[in-house]
Design a binder for this molecule. Structure first.
Ligand code: ZN
Length: 185
């Protein structure tokens, strides 16, 4: 997706009059056209000294078979081949690894599954982001003491046998976050 000439012009204007981090239109610059100044504008990310890593990114879909078939035919990416049903969450899951990140595809198993309700409201898309933590129980205790709303105050067993707990979407401005105990139980 490339910008219109007008937008490109605006992007160049920004460069002389605004701080580096404010180039909102830089992503519209086609690669190769202005690569020299675009690379000079790479935003320095703050160094977060924590132990968080991405466990997986979960995507809600109406039918695993249909979507994973497309992932395979369009992107040539093979799903894990291991379909797991999680009765407590009324979902069926299968993972696909993309660029070292695990994507958890979720299909509802019942009409009253939380995934069915999500799909009705929002359609297919990112359902939650799962983050590994070193000590899930300690983290939940810490968050609770800070008044962070939690769906699960006590860990439960999620996909692949990991201990997990969901924060309430209110905790992160409507984004659903799952915390995952780093080592398998
Ligand atoms: Zn998950």
């Amino acid at each position: 997706m490339h910008g219109t000439p007008q937008r490109l012009k605006l992007g160049h204007k920004c460069r002389t009059s605004m701080p580096l981090w404010s180039h909102a239109y830089d992503f519209l610059v086609p690669s190769g056209l202005d690569s020299k100044s675009a690379s000079a504008n790479v935003v320095a990310m703050p160094q977060n000294h924590d132990s968080y890593t991405i466990a997986h990114i979960a995507i809600a879909v109406p039918e695993l078979k249909d979507v994973l078939g497309k992932v395979e035919s369009v992107l040539n990416l093979k799903p894990s081949g291991h379909v797991e049903e999680i009765p407590t969450q009324k979902v069926r899951t299968e993972f696909v690894s993309i660029g070292g990140v695990r994507f958890e595809f979720l299909e509802p198993t019942t009409p009253d599954s939380p995934i069915s309700r999500f799909l009705e409201k929002r359609g297919s898309g990112i359902h939650h982001i799962a983050i590994f933590v070193e000590d899930l129980r300690a983290k939940l205790k810490e968050l609770k003491s800070k008044g962070v709303p939690l769906i699960d105050e006590i860990p439960k067993i999620g996909a692949d046998g990991y201990e997990i707990a969901f924060l309430h979407p209110k905790a992160m401005g409507g984004i659903l976050v799952e915390l995952v105990q780093k080592s398998e139980v």
